[in-house]
Design a protein around this ligand. Sequence first.
Ligand code: KIV
Ligand code: ZN
Length: 399
Amino acid sequence: MIEAQKQPSNQPRVYIFDTTLRDGEQSPGCSMTVPEKLRMAAKLVELGVDIMEAGFPIASEGDFQAVRKVSEEFPWVQVAALARSTKMDVERAAAALEKAKRPRIHTFIATSDIHLQYKLKKSREQVLEDAVRSVELARKYVDDVEFSAEDATRTDIDYLEQISLAVVAAGARTVNLPDTVGFSVPEDYAERIGRIVRLLGDSAIVSVHCHDDLGLAVANSLAAVKAGARQIECTINGIGERAGNCALEEVVMIMKTRNDYYPCETKIVTEHLYPASQMLTGIITFGPQPNKAIVGANAFAHEAGIHQDGYLKNKSTYEIIDPKSVGVPEGKLILGKHSGRHALKKRVEELGFAELTPEQLDMVYQCFTNAADNKKGFTNEEITEFIEAARESTAEKVT
Ligand code: KIV
Ligand code: ZN
């Protein structure tokens, strides 16, 4: 019987299956060398992910080595290796996981008629047989086998039920229902997931793996959790095929911040979210967009004057997450054309000019607003120049 662990708080546990090193890595601009994967893996361990998918061993020697080395270096971590539902793939995954103490073989085959007809050129019966055979073979090597029905959201639901029951009977402990092409919407996905959760009961964990083609990967994953899914497959910064995967930092922080709505627990140490995002950015060729939730450069920056005023009086007016709780050093106030007097005064004080008179402060504010229309923001040096100018001009008046 496989039951999602209950936490002391009595909230069911949602397992975080990180696939930054596999689905994330296989997207443009994101390839990583084995040493880079090891560096990232160490950060993912600190972050507290439950399962780390380290590669697709049949795809390349690098992927094979990455799975092998991650398993050796982090023996206590559950390491997954991907394999298509073929003998060759499963055996290669098993070989890469040879040294792992907690190995998982993750085998998959497409189940939608579109994929069967155009890609696999196989019948439903043949695909069912391949799926069952590969799970049985994987179970000869490891206890922990996950099966994924690729393109599950465009698969006939009766067939999806049939194949889910068959792979569990063959020994799969986790059944993953990916929204491979990011086609699903939350209500639709929740209904599909709910059906499989009810069908499998305690015999397997139902997992979700959502792509972001319609910008719904996080929303779909959360809808699935509400419907009983207990494993989320996701990546740091949401990297992954095409528009990417469900972003780990977002889905985790939503469950934490809105625990009233998603009463579930993860083991993620959220203080490592921003450092993990930064490390990944340093390894691959791009970082998250500035306005990206949780880890973007502007995620905790307040520019509008009204916002800055409220924030300075009490952070809770405009901040729903303490930046420190996700590892961001401190909330940043960007001084730009929408900034107000309060924010400027605070920056002036932070720069060590707390003794400025109200008149001097007015002058600084005047210089600042005159220049602000043509600028995107001000450096501390530029603010200091305004302060110096105001001090000099008032000093002149006195003498
Ligand atoms: O998107 C997908 O369907 C996948 C599977 C291999 C899990 O990445
Ligand atoms: Zn995927």
